[in-house]
Design a protein around this ligand. Structure first.
Ligand code: MTE
Ligand code: HPA
Ligand code: MOS
Length: 777
């Protein structure tokens, strides 16, 4: 890169910053991000002659394909070829959990946006023009867009599953209060800034290298091999970083990579396929909408004695990850409460929407919204505050979850009591009440939201990872793992681990791209477990290298290895510094022919789950926390602002405070967006109406809470968390659920006749209707 003087000046300033960073670590990507130098798929230097591809997708949600006429498109100058299912040498199948999803439609289409063909041309512009020239005739079939419709027609992805604890039927009879109701939570668009995409290039002997924006490089590799009918070792997948994934690239980055590779396979030329925003919004799945019913039973002293719920998950037209997402809904159905009698059931309903998929929280938030709704309803009808019910039922040490795991190191009450005392809950309640007494055009509402989120893939076999660590001759270090950097800062955490073990500065450590030829057979970066799994593997590999190096140093210094430590690039004998430097030690090890590379494997111990009994110990640990959220509703307009969110969060012993705080704040805002303003709309024909940012509103700087304060809960952390620093990626999203109830409480303050409704998102339109329903003002 050409450097001018001011660039050099900037660099020396950055050096100064990086020295300061050794003390408090910032996301290592922050330099390249702010300078626009971070590499994404679209930044790959493409080869001369690279083709560009565009997907032709179904213009109807359900039907039989009567005919497709590609002739005009094919005749367009610059169009190289159009690929359909007929060009697939292996299997036309990309289903991850259940083989129910073709890459390209054959004779039927099942959702609006379902890929039918890939148009490959000299430029993307030409490919798009060609797409407009394709003529398709579809004989339409009935369209299902909701879970209820699907259930009535018996259209399910898998058999429903239930978690049962105690005897709810019997317990309901002993309850002082029993309430029933229904809830709905809508889907959510991932809206990663970097749209889905991949770049495939032919190497020699039929090998194809794919640069993909995926959370799951192995999923891309395995599925590509299956579709092309080649061995996995012919497919190399490389990931530098993602411009966001949020679960949307756990499984759904795969088809685009496979399509690019399919074209490369046939043309022996590199092919680039990046969806534009419209195509991405239309063709990809989202968070699952849920229609649910609940029944909650309480004792006179507000103990929840029994809870039942049925969750109808709108899975879309194929399984994708839906069964796994459904499972996590059951795991989190009682949030951070102890309920002795539980019966919760989930059904994955097959509809004609794009297959819905992983989204931060993975079904957990949907489950938690329902029990919080049940509590709100019970509180309203009994005439107590929701807080009184929440507080009476928080999990305690050794309480049992409905799935059999015994709660250990529980922080539910600790975080709840901490947030109450640190932020003086009585004062907040008083302030809200006084405001409401003296204002008629604006009303405030407040809610508390406790969270409890299980850490591990609920599918036990997925909980493992590997790391490959090289120490180079000059003492610099290269680390490869399965961790995919998607903005969550996992690379920074990996770097910290190695820097800690070797006691070398961050500059000596490089986190390599995530590549299937270096680290194979990996789980996706998901379930908030990436840092735990890959970090523990990295720690193991680094420690093994350190042990070898200590032996080399001990032999040279004529002491025992136990007496050796490394500190700030020097070898110490006990507390005494020697003249032996890190780089010399590495040279010495080379001369002694000691291996400076290590490959380590880590599998989470202790976890297990028996799906036949629906019992076990699926989670390494749980993450806890509590938020207080306060809102002001404009009762003339139905609009609202969030005054503040005050959180006590269980980070364990955070290893990267800035990164973890960023995760809490980002997840919170994403959760508030889901609950309050992000409204996905499909019409009855299954067409996405909210297909642009003008019709799909996400939180912006004006709609985020004015104040967000987060206090770390002082705990010892957990041994199964990396360096006792607990997973943080998903749990804080669920604080956002409190936003729904805060708004609802403000509506109640204005309109005492308001009938509680649990239909998220609670958009300004719904707020306005709530403010004036059955209201004589
Ligand atoms: N943060 C950013 N900036 N971008 C993302 O895409 N994904 C979230 C969360 N935080 C995401 C993010 C999701 S869905 C998960 S599962 C975790 O990060 C994954 O990373 P982790 O396992 O390292 O926490
Ligand atoms: N969380 C996130 N992603 C997953 C899981 C999970 O529990 N299981 C499979 N993919
Ligand atoms: Mo996150 S939904 O597990 O990618």
């Amino acid at each position: 890169m050409h450097k001018n003087k001011s660039n050099n000046e900037l660099e020396s300033q950055l050096d100064a910053v990086s020295i300061a960073l050794k003390k408090s670590i910032k996301n290592l990507d922050s330099y390249t991000h702010v300078r626009g130098e971070s590499l994404y798929v679209d930044d790959v230097n493409i080869r001369q002659g690279t083709f560009h591809a565009v997907v032709f997708d179904s213009p109807k949600a359900h039907g039989k394909i009567k005919s497709v006429d590609y002739s005009k498109a094919e005749a367009l100058e610059g169009v190289e070829r159009i690929f359909t299912y007929k060009d697939i040498p292996g299997k036309n199948q990309i289903g991850g959990i259940i083989p129910d999803e073709p890459l390209f439609a054959e004779d039927e289409v099942h959702f609006w946006g379902m890929p039918i063909a890939l148009i490959v041309a000299e430029t993307e512009f030409i490919a798009r023009k060609a797409r407009d020239l394709i003529e398709i005739e579809i004989e339409e079939l009935p369209v299902i867009t909701t879970g209820k419709q699907a259930k009535e027609k018996g259209s399910l992805i898998t058999k429903p599953r239930s978690f049962v604890l105690g005897d709810p039927e019997k317990a309901f009879k002993d309850c002082e209060y029993v309430f029933e109701g229904e809830t709905f939570s809508n889907g959510q668009e991932h809206l990663y800034i970097e749209a889905q995409g991949a770049y495939a290039e032919p190497l020699e002997n039929g090998t194809i290298k794919i640069t993909s924006s995926t959370q799951g490089p192995t999923a891309v590799q395995r599925t590509t091999a299956q579709v092309l009918g080649v061995a996995m070792h012919k497919i190399e997948v490389d990931v530098t970083r993602l411009g966001g994934g949020f679960g949307g690239k756990e499984d759904q980055a795969t088809p685009w990579a496979v399509m690019a590779a399919l074209a490369t396979y046939h043309l022996n030329q590199s092919v680039k396929l990046i969806l534009n925003r419209h195509d991405d919004l239309r063709m990809t799945g989202k968070r699952h909408p849920y229609e649910s019913t609940y029944k909650i039973g309480l004792s006179k002293d507000l103990k929840i004695l029994a809870y039942e719920a049925e969750f109808l998950q709108n899975a879309g037209a194929a399984a994708d990850l839906s069964p796994a997402v459904a499972e996590r809904t059951l795991f989190h159905a009682t949030n951070s409460y102890y309920v002795p009698n539980v019966n919760v059931t989930v059904a994955s309903c097959k509809t004609n929407l794009p297959p819905n998929t992983a989204f931060r929280g993975f079904g957990g938030p949907q489950g938690m919204f329902v029990i919080e709704s049940a509590i709100a309803k019970a509180a309203h009808d009994i005439g107590v505050t929701p807080r009184a019910i929440q507080e009476a039922n928080l999990l305690d040490e050794n309480d049992v979850f409905s799935y059999g795991q015994i709660a250990k190191k529980v922080e539910a009450k600790n975080s709840w009591e901490s947030v109450k005392s640190i932020y003086n809950i009585e004062a907040i309640e008083r302030e809200v009440e006084e405001f409401n007494n003296s204002n008629s055009a604006y009303k405030k509402g407040m809610a508390l939201m406790p969270i409890c989120f299980g850490i591990s893939f609920t599918n036990t076999p997925m909980n493992h990872a590997r790391a490959l660590v090289h120490i180079y001759l000059d003492g610099s270090v290269g680390i490869s793992t399965a961790a995919v950097e998607m903005g969550q800062g996992v690379n920074t955490k990996m770097m910290q681990i190695a820097a800690n073990v070797f006691s070398v500065p961050y500059e000596k450590i490089k986190i390599e791209t995530t590549n299937t030829t270096r680290v194979a057979n990996t789980s996706p970066s998901a379930a908030s477990s990436t840092a735990d799994l890959n970090g523990k593997a990295t720690l193991k590999a680094c420690n093994a290298l350190l042990k070898r190096l200590k032996t080399v140093a001990a032999t040279y210094l004529k002491v025992t290895p136990e007496q050796i430590t490394l500190k700030d690039e020097f070898v110490y004998i006990k507390a005494k510094k020697t003249q032996l430097e890190w780089t010399q030690l590495i040279s010495m090890a080379m001369l002694e022919r000691v291996a400076l590379t290590e490959n380590a494997h880590y599998a989470t111990p202790e976890i297990h789950f028996d799906k036949t009994r629906e019992k076990g110990h699926p989670f390494a640990y749980h993450v806890y926390g509590t938020a207080i959220i306060t809102t002001t509703v404009d009762c003339t307009r139905g609009t609202y602002k969030f005054d503040s969110v005050k959180i006590v969060h269980d980070y364990g012993k955070s290893m990267s405070k800035g990164i973890d705080l960023g995760q809490v704040e980002g997840a919170l805002v994403q959760g508030i967006g889901w609950m309050t303003m992000e409204e996905i709309a499909y019409n009855d024909e299954g067409k996405l109406l909210s297909n642009a940012l003008s019709t799909y509103k996400i939180p912006d700087i004006f709609s985020v809470p004015k104040i967000v304060e987060t206090v770390p809960l002082e705990t010892k952390g957990h041994e199964l968390a990396i360096l006792k620093s607990k997973a943080v990626g998903e749990p804080p999203l669920m604080y956002g659920i409190g936003a729904y109830f805060a708004i609802q409480n403000a509506i109640k303050a204005f309109n005492p006749n308001y009938d509680l409704k649990f239909h998220a998102p609670i958009t300004p339109e719904k707020v306005l209707m709530g403010l004036y329903e059955k209201n004589n003002i």
